[in-house]
Design a protein around this ligand. Sequence first.
Ligand SMILES: CC(C)(COP(=O)(O)OP(=O)(O)OC[C@H]1O[C@@H](n2cnc3c(N)ncnc32)[C@H](O)[C@@H]1OP(=O)(O)O)[C@@H](O)C(=O)NCCC(=O)NCCS
Length: 194
Amino acid sequence: MPRFADDIAREEFQRIDPASRPRPELLVGPRVTLRPIEETDLLAVAQILAKPGVAEWWPVHSEAALRSDILEDEESVSLAIEYDGRLIGLVMYSEDLWRDYFAVGIDIALDVDFRGQGLGPEVLKTLIAWLIDVGGHHRIYIDPAAANTPAIKAYEKAGFKRSGIMREYELGPDGKWRDGLLMDLLAREFERLA
Ligand SMILES: CC(C)(COP(=O)(O)OP(=O)(O)OC[C@H]1O[C@@H](n2cnc3c(N)ncnc32)[C@H](O)[C@@H]1OP(=O)(O)O)[C@@H](O)C(=O)NCCC(=O)NCCS
């Protein structure tokens, strides 16, 4: 069936304008605060990402690489995580702006000294509430390495469900491909922080 005109019209509306998307200013959880990351945070973030326990799961950690990955990448939004007045980590999100696949992916890393206190799930829930309420998202996803058990546990506490294994999904620090676990969370299932 000739649908050429329809297809052109559809094409014009398919991609959401990145400039129209809201950006978070300050997000406040019960214990954590999330704010846009700044140039002066890069060294502290690089040090957090370089520590054993984080570096295995987060490959880019030189200050220069972070600058292009965090400050200059227009596709993703990076927020500093503060706790008790200290920078303790980084959370990033990147939106899929094709209208028919509108969704958002998240990444997070916390300083090893602040892990195991439920701060990661709190950061995620604080950000997810904003992504749903202000960003209008219905689906949020996250893609830890399948072997990253602590992260998977934290993501389940935040409400993510396991979608499936992505075989040989990412290159590990040993130069070998490793499996990833795709996890997602739907807005209608989201349980907010009290
Ligand atoms: C993923 C991450 C943000 C989770 O944050 P968190 O605040 O530690 O999450 P939780 O407190 O819910 O702990 C989750 C699990 O971590 C493990 N854990 C607990 N204390 C820990 C510690 N001191 N060090 C390492 N892992 C610990 C436990 O298995 C815990 O699950 P459990 O409470 O059911 O036993 C954090 O582990 C992290 O930054 N990891 C390194 C970077 C990374 O892997 N990022 C993910 C890329 S997709």
